[in-house]
Design a protein around this ligand. Structure first.
Ligand code: F6P
Length: 366
């Protein structure tokens, strides 16, 4: 009997369990394979004693509609940077345990590894592949920011959740004649914000790819109110958005700088900027945060995740190691890891989807 080992690493993402189930279902048809799961990314292999789950059709029954990952995850450590506390120096140090991990996998009789994770995890996959480990990558991120694949699973669920938030904010905004700022995730890209703004019918969408001019944002907002200040507006802002002038208006941004501002920074900063620029109507802020990553994956993401899982196992059968599965409409393909890692996908301001957004009257503050 041959063995394939799965690992889920980095931030969780709706659809991870559907990938796991896809691998197990496909492997079951071959009959000659045992599927194992390492608990908490590669920690399960590196811990003493190890924590490895046996995954079979029974254990994955019904998991495709559960959010998160049954294997648990972590975005800390990994085989190349295992944290060890140096008692004498009183600080953490990082040791490379990659060779030891590969030896452990050989000892456990693991023939192949499928690593489900974001760009950071796939960089680790590439390094392990270069060391001779037979590994396949499966891309994962709600941010949809990997250029090697048209879409990543989890993205549509995040957009769905954020759009639902806009639907809810619109009614309270209209009742109170308020402007609402909704901050969504996306790291250094604006994909979640852009799709949410179109689907939700927002007035303003601010994304990292287009640094905004606060006066242009004001111009747009003023068109949403009459002379009695009756009206309302919705702004969707990506967590990585920045103003053109780089001016900092919030405690968070002034402490850490815009490049390091994460959840909640830009939302309150923007609100302060608008007030400082003389915007009179009430403003309220909503930071959606990890709600975007939680809960049940929508059908689209379950399908894509299952396709990735099945394809990943087929790559194992074909011996197509050192590759990452990817979606290139309408096909599920495998691309070499060296072409896939570190290639981020940003929004092209001249693209059709931007034309659609601008065509609907959405302002990007430019
Ligand atoms: O990359 C996915 C993502 O959800 C980003 O959109 C966000 O910036 C980040 O992860 C949050 O990460 P953490 O889980 O460390 O809070």
């Amino acid at each position: 009997m041959k063995r394939v080992l799965l690992s889920t690493s980095g931030g969780d993402c709706p659809g991870l369990n559907a990938v796991i189930r896809g691998v197990v279902k496909r492997a079951a048809q071959d009959g000659d394979w045992e599927v194992l799961g390492s608990v908490q990314a590669y920690n399960g292999i590196l811990w003493e004693p190890t924590e490895i789950m046996v995954l079979n059709e029974d254990s994955v029954k019904g998991i495709h509609y559960r959010g998160g990952t049954i294997l648990e995850t972590t975005n800390k450590g990994g085989p190349f940077a295992w944290p060890v506390f140096n008692k004498r120096e009183g600080k953490w140090e990082y040791v490379d345990r990659s060779e030891e991990m590969i030896r452990k996998l050989q000892y456990m009789g693991v023939d192949a590894v499928i690593s489900i994770g974001g760009d950071g995890s796939q960089r680790i996959s590439k390094r392990l592949s270069d060391m001779g480990l037979d590994i396949i990558g499966v891309p994962k991120t709600i941010d949809n920011d990997l250029s090697a694949t048209d879409f990543t699973f989890g993205f549509q669920t995040a957009v769905h959740i954020a759009t639902d938030a806009v639907d809810k904010l619109i009614t309270t905004a209209q009742s109170h004649n308020r402007t609402f700022i909704l901050e969504v995730m996306g790291r250094d890209t604006g994909w979640i914000a852009l799709h949410t703004a179109i689907a939700g019918g927002a007035d303003v969408c601010l994304i990292p790819e287009i640094p905004y001019d606060i006066n242009k944002v004001l111009e747009k907002l003023r068109t949403k109110y009459n002379s009695k200040n009756r009206g309302s507006a919705i702004i969707v802002v990506a967590e990585g958005a920045k103003p053109k002038d780089g001016a900092v208006h919030s405690a968070v941004a002034s402490e850490v700088g815009y490049e390091n501002v994460r959840l909640g920074g830009i939302c309150y900063d923007l609100s302060n900027q608008l007030k400082a620029a003389g915007f009179v109507p009430d403003i309220r802020e909503t930071v959606l945060g990890h709600i975007q990553r939680g809960g049940v994956p929508i059908a689209y993401d379950r399908v894509l995740a299952t396709q990735f899982g099945v394809k990943a196992f087929e790559c194992v059968l074909e011996g197509k190691f050192g590759h990452m599965v990817s979606y290139r409409h309408p096909d599920i393909i495998a691309v070499p890891l060296e072409e896939a890692v570190g290639q981020m996908k940003f929004i092209d301001p001249e693209s059709d989807i931007m034309d659609t957004a601008r065509g609907c009257g959405i302002s990007f503050g430019d």
